[in-house]
Design a binder for this molecule. Structure first.
Ligand code: FRU
Length: 478
């Protein structure tokens, strides 16, 4: 068998769905086998969302980088994912790396990084277009930039197209020769010509990590945000606590001066497992998907032993308010709700049994409480999300889980009278939206036993809780 036999690979995915193991998620997009990472090629055509993502169909290691593809009209019913793009030639033999999606002449096109290494391990990164065919495969088209520009290393990847004044550009992550990260902008030229390098996006971030992966210039009306995933930031007390970060600078980008006026870099998610997010192009909302996972932490994910690794986040709708991006779960996800329960009362402890998939929308009036925890309890194991009023911070604590990644994450959150928590608990993937999406945190838990969690709200002084708890169903594949 050829290494990437589309028919055979697609068939195994079909045969392995629906998922069987209790660690497989219900409403997070993931694969029955192999390793997935970055969302790629996100675009919308004729009311259909096209979702591609990085996929190694042959194993649970970061190798054999291909693109998988699925479509959905409602983020609930998905087409069974297929192999769409895989290494075939000298340009991309060492991986079809991340890239974007766009619509051209009523077709879905992609622009991706061809990764290739010579016998001395010298890397070449070329940027190439492709067109999605009816067969479900991407036909490879022209290479529009054949190599990294002078002054930069071959860490030159993840192109993401945007339009300005009817012209097309892309932003791309790159490493300077002095091993600092930045993003370049390229401009489309005439037919058959290579795209032109317009230079770096000028920012105030002079020495900000050694590489910027997966940049995207996202428009919010008259403002812009540059979303990217910098590598190599130092951990701080309340931020940058993962090995790599994913966040944005918001402000205004001028193509004339190549300058980005912006506020401080802010992380898009403060959990353990969130990286390399991308926003859909050709869409009237800024909908983001992130990779739920983290590079170089392979032993934190016990599903590897069972033949698969990682998920994508739920679709999140972004809104820019006062220079800060708020994230809300897409409205469509309300269709997952099956049954509803109301939670109301005053006290120091509330205990609720959750279903295998659930959403809990809680408004907690703090009164005199100084500390409130929302705990997911799986028998003897537990994970806590604790708000501390004195430091105005949240700690996510997985130290009482047995399997998988553990440890703590801390971040700032302002709450005076009320703490708002919207908590999506899937079988292993958990997403928390705090204070109406002002902060979010995504992380996995791998309960040792197949038991449904209890939700426990506890506090040092009585609090008023008002909430709804929904049992959630599953996304489907057809
Ligand atoms: C981010 C990333 C990208 C690259 C891809 C390869 O997670 O390292 O920069 O294109 O993954 O899978």
């Amino acid at each position: 068998m050829e290494k990437f036999d589309k028919q055979a690979i697609d068939l195994t995915v079909q045969e392995e769905l629906p998922f069987k193991h209790y660690w497989h998620n219900q409403f997070h997009l993931e694969m029955p086998r192999g390793l997935i990472n970055d969302p790629n090629g996100l675009t919308v055509l004729n009311g259909e969302y096209h979702v591609f993502f990085q996929w190694n169909p042959l194993g649970v290691v970061h190798k054999n980088k291909c693109w998988a593809h699925t479509t959905t009209k409602d983020f609930i019913n998905y087409a069974t994912p297929q192999l769409a793009l895989w290494p075939t030639d000298v340009h991309d033999k060492d991986g079809c790396y991340s890239g974007c999606g766009l619509v051209e002449n009523n077709c879905v096109r992609v622009l991706y990084t061809c990764n290739s290494k010579d016998p001395n391990n010298i890397r070449t990164s070329a940027q190439r277009f492709g067109t999605l065919l009816n067969s479900g495969a991407v036909e490879k088209d022209e290479i529009i930039v054949s190599d990294n520009p002078p002054g930069y290393t071959a860490h030159f990847r993840d192109p993401n197209v945007f339009e300005r004044h009817g012209k097309r550009y892309f932003v791309i992550g790159v490493q300077r020769k002095n091993e600092t990260g930045t993003a370049l902008v390229y401009e489309e030229q005439g037919e058959g010509e290579q795209w032109k390098n317009l230079g770096e996006i000028k920012t105030d971030l002079k020495d900000f990590g050694y590489m910027w992966e997966c940049p995207g210039l996202v428009s919010f009306g008259e403002y812009d945000a540059l979303i990217f995933s910098p590598q190599g930031l130092e951990e701080e007390e309340f931020q940058y606590q993962n090995i790599f970060q994913a966040g944005y600078i918001a402000g205004k980008f001028s193509l004339d001066s190549m300058e980005m006026m912006h506020g401080k870099f802010q992380e898009l998610d403060k959990g353990f497992d969130f990286y390399a997010p991308q926003v859909f192009s050709n869409c009237d909302r800024n909908i983001l998907l992130g990779w739920m996972g983290m590079p170089d932490k392979d032993d934190e994910y016990p599903t590897g032993d069972l033949g698969w690794k990682f998920s994508l986040t739920m679709p999140r709708v972004l809104e820019l308010k006062q220079g800060h991006i708020f994230c809300q779960p897409a409205e469509e996800l309300k269709a997952l709700r099956k049954s509803e329960r109301t939670l109301e009362g005053n006290g120091n402890e509330f205990i609720e049994q959750l279903a295998a998939g659930s959403e809990s929308d809680l408004k907690i009036r703090l009164n005199d409480a100084k500390e409130v925890s929302v705990t997911l309890k799986y028998g003897a194991e537990s994970t806590d999300i604790t708000f501390d009023k004195a430091t105005q911070s949240v700690t996510i604590d997985r130290t009482r889980m047995k399997l998988g990644g553990r440890g703590k994450r801390r971040f700032k959150l302002f709450a005076d009278e009320t703490l708002e928590v919207q908590l999506f608990v899937d079988r292993t993937a958990v997403e928390v939206f705090l204070q109406g999406g002002e902060e979010t945190a995504s992380f996995f838990v791998f309960p040792e036993q197949d038991i449904k969690p209890q939700l426990i709200i506890s506090s040092d002084e009585p609090v008023n809780v008002e909430g709804k708890i929904y049992e959630l169903g599953s996304i489907t594949f057809k």
